[in-house]
Design a binder for this molecule. Sequence first.
Ligand code: ZN
Length: 407
Amino acid sequence: MSAEERLIRYCSIDTQSDPTSAATPSTLKQFDLGNLLVKELKELGLEDACIDEHCYVYAHLPSNCGEVKKVGFIAHLDTSPDYSGAGVKPRIIECYDGGDIELCEGVVTRAADFPLLAMLKGKRLMVTDGSTLLGADDKAGITAVMEALAWWQEHPEVKHGEICVAFTPDEEIGNGTKYFDLEKFGADFGYTMDGGALQGYCDETFNAASAVVKFQGFTIHPGSAKNRMINAMNVAHEFHGMLPGHMRPEHTEDREGFIHLTNMSGACDTAVLKYIIRDHDADKLEEMIGIMHSAEDFLNCLYGAGTVTVEITYAYRNMKEIIDANPEVSERALRALNEIGYPPVRVAVRGGTDGAQLSFRGLPCPNLGTGAGNYHGRYEYCCIDELEDASRLIRTIAEELVPEDRR
Ligand SMILES: [Zn+2]
């Protein structure tokens, strides 16, 4: 089976997760892919492959060269709730000409809208039929892992240590590591296979917090409101206006953080604004939180104590501090990328990854690319040439862990 056939097979199974469900997995259909993978893993010689009640798949390829460091590879089963993943019908473009791609009548992936596509000129692309997402996020990651395992089965003479594999549910709704069993996984360090272009190496994520800002008004008949009424919605409006406009996500990129208003609700009596706050730099995150508290203090001076309350909850932290404390994890990946002909570009993810959570739980776990892009919608694609090389990247990292005299 080729990487292309494998990816088509996995993408044709609908595994969309559901943010409104409190259960894990959030949708039972994720078991359809999980169960298939357990069967395939066993056929590839990973005899202990299993799936637990929360739809986490674990498997281990035993070492064929004695004791060496154990590396793990992780990918997620689910696809984004943002766009349908049912009835995916992928199409292959044998040699992409670098121009616009008509997915179906009236639906066109415009090269001008997606500048990264220009780099894929001359390569093989998998695209959608314009009615669903592709699901290469993250079935390309799963495919890269499975292809590497299949290659090792066909080449038993090639030495490698124990390889730990995990496929997780519900990454797209933020629960990918909720029931992740690090002990069962057993790796010394790992990589999530959940990035975009293969040359992108991600060892950095945002620091993340959220704010719930509550406004308490003073309600009275508008006819007799003069000098008495405090309209909570107007105070909320003032609060939002005091936050710097240039810190909104629509004005930020690269390593610039943001304060993003995600929800607003209210009446004259009470109002609530919800924000998410993000920055790669933990100090800058604190500065933004400080700005929110300054606005809170100012408005409480103006309208009276207790009018505004800002509640901050911290979500996740930049994994860079953990990765930097384990420099060999990055060095191995960067060396392997160079070796397979992809001079790496370091990418600071403008979001979080499951690997960031796992890093803080003790498993250093940066993120590697798979060759896919334009996630979470019908313009999603996967470059098959890069996907094949992602599988080669996995093998290269693992094989270089074996001391020279045992290769
Ligand atoms: Zn993903």
